[in-house]
Design a protein around this ligand. Structure first.
Ligand SMILES: [Zn+2]
Length: 252
């Protein structure tokens, strides 16, 4: 059973002790690995996931079968919370972009706890708001900035979320990230490698010169990770009486 949340996920770390004690018995630690999608577009969400590390990408699936990355979620966010809370099919898919551990809770249990924990609702809603703002910013980025600028921004953001300069990232995946043709990625990656910014071989990409990568990125890099509202002023996060929990808890 989980005993501490401080080193797990930023949202879990923000919960007051009372609310953490409500949530903790229902969380189980899982490993996020490459493979089948964590969430399928158009299907109900089975579990809500709080990454401890690694990266989960949200994907928009188009009618022609193409998939385009619309966002990245790391230890500062939660995966599947919106669809689970409203008990609706997920509009987008979620796949592991960078492996790592996570805490997961069954979707129905998560929905029940959202009904009795104002602090959990607050951290989850702030995360949804943050992702909404980032999606708006990315829409502007896609329209205004070049593919090279956007790729450099995504690589910097991936580095921040994963905490690693090296990642498994095929050119097909990079094309998905930006919604561009693979040939476009091939040309950009080759140019960046020639200039010593990255090193790329057989699907493994290493960032060699972070400053050069930042200088080639668009201005949107500055907002990545900095968009985050503070706790609702109407919500005191100090320990307080929490309504009786009628949910069946799993044995601890
Ligand atoms: Zn941009």
């Amino acid at each position: 059973m989980l005993t501490s949340r401080q080193s797990l996920n930023d949202l879990l770390a923000e919960l007051p002790s009372r609310d953490w004690d409500l949530l903790r018995p229902h969380l189980r630690v899982i490993e996020l690995n490459f493979g089948p999608a964590l969430i399928e577009a158009g299907l109900p969400v089975k579990q809500v996931i709080f990454p401890h590390g690694g990266i989960v990408a949200t994907m928009e699936i188009l009618s022609r079968g193409e998939s385009i990355e619309t966002g990245m979620i790391g230890r500062g966010g939660v995966v599947g919370s919106g669809a689970a809370f409203y008990d609706v099919p997920s509009p987008s898919a979620a796949v592991v972009r960078f492996p790592g551990p996570a805490s997961a809770i069954e979707a129905g249990q998560f929905r029940s706890l959202m009904g009795i924990s104002a602090a959990l609702r607050d951290v989850v809603m702030r995360d949804l708001w943050t992702r909404s703002v980032k999606a708006e910013q990315t829409a502007a980025c896609n329209a205004a900035h070049s593919a090279e600028q956007r790729l450099c921004r995504r690589l910097l953001h991936s580095r921040t979320l994963s905490g690693s300069d090296t990642m498994l990232l095929s050119q097909d995946l990079m094309a998905q990230m930006l919604g561009v043709k693979r040939n476009t990625i091939s040309l950009i990656a080759h140019a960046l490698q020639q200039k010593g910014v990255i090193r790329y071989s057989r699907g493994r990409m290493a960032i060699i010169d972070v400053d050069a990568l930042a200088s080639r990125s668009c201005e949107c890099q500055l907002a990545d990770g900095s968009i985050r509202p503070l706790a609702s002023p109407r919500l005191s996060l100090a320990p307080r009486a929490v309504p009786e929990c009628s949910i069946q808890r799993s044995p601890s």
